[in-house]
Design a protein around this ligand. Structure first.
Ligand code: ITT
Length: 183
């Protein structure tokens, strides 16, 4: 399976999950252009459509966002831009004194060589009072998954993989492949 992404952390999480299922993931490391759109689904699909013209064989990619309830779902599809401009400390300042509920959403788009298929995974949680942990990446140090009292930044990769948005979306893809192609 070819996975397209510029993000090493995503690849490490995905390849470990797939390894545990006996599937080898080949990392096509590249930065591709992402449109700015209202939904993660649209962004993920648009990227896959454009890349399919040059890749020409089955692959998958994913787009992920963090959605803060008290900010009407912001940054959501703008998560990458917001992370690079204001970072986790900026998010902590933005939601000071507000409801801290949030969720991660991952949308995988799989191109089977002809058609596109989407699979999503969600992880609910709350935004921590301060950054904690140096594991994971991106928003992990400020996100406490429901049912835990540590952030994703304090979780080993295997533990994050057991509960994450990304692993749920990936499991849906694997289920689809098993049902339709036998992998
Ligand atoms: P691609 O090349 O795969 O697009 P990217 O890092 O640009 O890699 P996204 O646009 O999907 O990926 O990510 C949006 C932002 O959300 C970005 O700042 C990531 O660091 C962050 N992010 C994505 N997945 C995350 C996760 O599991 N935990 C914490 N932050 C995450």
């Amino acid at each position: 399976m070819i996975f397209v992404s510029s993000n090493k952390h995503k690849f490490l999480e995905i390849s470990r999950m797939m390894e545990n299922k006996g599937i080898t993931v080949e990392w096509k490391r590249m930065k591709y252009e992402e449109i700015q759109a209202d939904t993660t689904e649209e962004i993920s699909l648009d990227s896959a459509r454009k890349l399919s013209a040059s890749i020409g064989e089955p692959f998958f990619l994913e787009d992920t966002g963090i959605f803060l309830d008290s900010l009407g779902g912001f940054p959501g599809p703008y998560s990458s831009y917001v992370q690079s401009k204001i970072g986790n400390s900026g998010i902590l300042r933005l939601i000071e004194g507000r409801n801290r509920s949030a969720y991660f959403l991952t949308v995988i788009t799989y191109f089977d060589g002809r058609l596109f298929h989407q699979f999503s995974g969600k992880l609910n949680g709350t935004i921590a009072q301060s950054e904690r942990g140096n594991l994971g990446f991106g928003y992990d140090p400020i996100f406490i998954p429901d049912g835990f009292d540590i952030t994703l930044g304090e979780m080993e990769l295997e533990s994050k993989n057991r509960i994450s948005h990304r692993s749920k979306a990936l499991q849906a893809l694997v289920d689809y492949l098993l049902a339709n192609h036998g992998i």
